[in-house]
Design a protein around this ligand. Structure first.
Ligand code: SF4
Length: 466
């Protein structure tokens, strides 16, 4: 690429899928001469990568755009043009309305069209307003640029790989089927190539992500659809990949082979995010979750049979239309019965265009707030108890970054807890065994069990023919 470098600032909201998309957008813009900046005021291109899951998502984007517009005006006063793009699920849902309401926006691009960003920016450079919120038939992943080795190293030893997008489940509270479209799985070959590239650049942990990741059914090299379990097994064979995770799963798609993978794949970490949303059959039916409370409990039993040390996290919605005190108590009972190590929990809020928004018996805000605090208190107790049980245990920790104090580094346990250790920065990007000596409110504190990273010990063991 010749010519002056330009700077892109991407602000991402919402889920891990958006974090991954933001990186792939930056990778796709790199050959166009863009490098990433963390300062919006320095940028020639500002991308707001939006999320539609939270309450009043569109309004929040418009207020953020007000700030971006002032930034654009300040740059124009200095004789510099700033292009403003809105991406993500709000872009998909609002489309041209965004440009109508905020004229500072030059480009609106939906999640299925990110590979077309360079073209859209060329149109913006000609002072056209460019909107692309189609669901194109071409595979966007085949057209998105791969990250450079330097970009992967800068992002750390843990990486996301999107394997599946969209959802066909149509839960009555959720906008995903409308904003991300129908389920689409990437072919195995492309995912394996991406994971191999990441591993060769120092990545040790890969999280396979998708809106409904365990519905994965991408085409295998044999021309037949592969399950997520088969894909995980294949990625576990890649040298250098020592840890695997996947998220987010739907209980109905926890197939027998995926449960067995939790027993058979040592690289698959003993932590699973398995949203249940409610413990009441009546509410699960109203949510169109397609499973009962008993189905969920049976699934948890089978998963723990396969992997006894499996720790579960979940999502809960309180105050779904028609939720009675008895329904809510059934959710609290389920929490006690399962025992979670963490959860995301929200008050129900209607999303325009979803069936839940049209339902009678919407619950008042006070009741929702009270139920949410009771539910969160229950989860916090379970999380604290889970963390307390980690005291004096040893874990392999993947170190990610320097800590807040000099000489401290921070990594993640197999259960995703942050672990703080006084250790050399050279261990960042490596896995080492840590003895947990103290439990904090948000993280664990430990000491290195041995100076040699686990990876080095493993290669010694293999070299010795063990
Ligand atoms: S399965 Fe998940 S992504 Fe799909 S509609 Fe339900 S909540 Fe939304």
């Amino acid at each position: 690429m010749n010519g002056p470098r330009k700077r892109v600032y991407v602000k991402s909201f919402g889920c891990q899928m958006n974090v991954y998309d933001a990186r792939r957008m930056a990778d796709t813009l790199a050959p166009e001469g863009y490098s990433e900046t963390a300062a919006a005021e320095d940028a020639d291109l500002v991308i707001l990568n939006t999320c539609h899951i939270r309450d009043k998502a569109a309004e929040k984007v418009y207020s953020e755009l007000g700030r971006v517009r002032r930034l654009k005006e300040a740059a124009a006063a200095d004789g510099r043009r700033v292009v403003v793009a809105v991406a993500g699920c709000v872009a998909q849902a609002e489309g041209e309305e965004i440009i109508r309401r905020q004229s500072a926006v030059d480009v609106v691009v939906g999640p299925q069209s990110y590979h077309r960003l360079p073209d859209l920016l060329r149109r913006a450079a000609r002072n056209e307003k460019a909107v692309d919120t189609e669901f194109p038939v071409d595979d966007k992943f085949a057209h998105l640029a791969a990250p450079s080795t330097a970009a992967i190293r800068a992002r750390g030893a843990s990486a996301f790989v999107t394997v599946q997008e969209g959802c066909d489940k149509f839960c009555t509270f959720c906008v995903v089927p409308y904003t991300r479209g129908a389920e689409l799985s990437r072919p195995v070959r492309a995912i394996v190539a991406e994971a191999e590239h990441l591993a060769a650049s120092g990545v040790r942990e890969v999280s396979l992500i998708g809106q409904n990741v365990n519905a994965y059914h991408g085409e295998g090299p044999d021309g037949r659809p592969w399950s997520l379990a088969r894909l995980l097994t294949r990625i576990a064979e890649i040298g250098g990949i020592e840890r695997l995770r996947y998220t987010t799963s739907h209980p109905c798609d926890m197939s027998d082979d995926l449960i067995a993978a939790h027993r058979e794949l040592t690289a698959l970490m003993p932590q699973l995010h398995l949203p249940v949303q409610s413990g009441s059959d009546r509410i699960l039916t109203a949510m169109n979750r397609r499973h009962s409370r008993a189905d969920y409990l049976d699934l948890v039993r089978r998963l723990r049979q396969a992997r006894p040390d499996l720790a579960l996290t979940s999502d809960f919605i309180v105050g779904f239309p028609g939720e009675t005190a008895a329904d809510f108590n059934a959710t609290l009972d389920l929490i006690e019965e399962v025992g979670f190590c963490g959860a995301f929990s929200f008050k129900y809020s209607p999303r325009p265009g979803t069936p839940g928004a049209e339902m009678d018996c919407q619950i008042d805000e006070d009741t929702k707030s009270q139920r949410l605090s009771r539910l969160q208190a229950a989860i916090e107790r379970q999380q604290a108890a889970f963390n307390a049980r980690c005291l004096h245990r040893s874990f392999d920790v993947l170190f990610e970054r320097p800590g807040r104090h000099p000489g401290q580094i921070v990594g993640r346990s197999p259960y995703l807890q942050p672990v703080q250790v006084m250790a050399p920065a050279s261990l960042i990007g490596e896995i080492a065994t840590v003895n947990i000596v103290e439990i904090g409110s948000n993280s664990l504190f430990g000491v290195l069990a041995s100076p040699a990273p686990a990876r080095a010990r493993e290669s010694d063991r293999l070299a010795a023919g063990a």
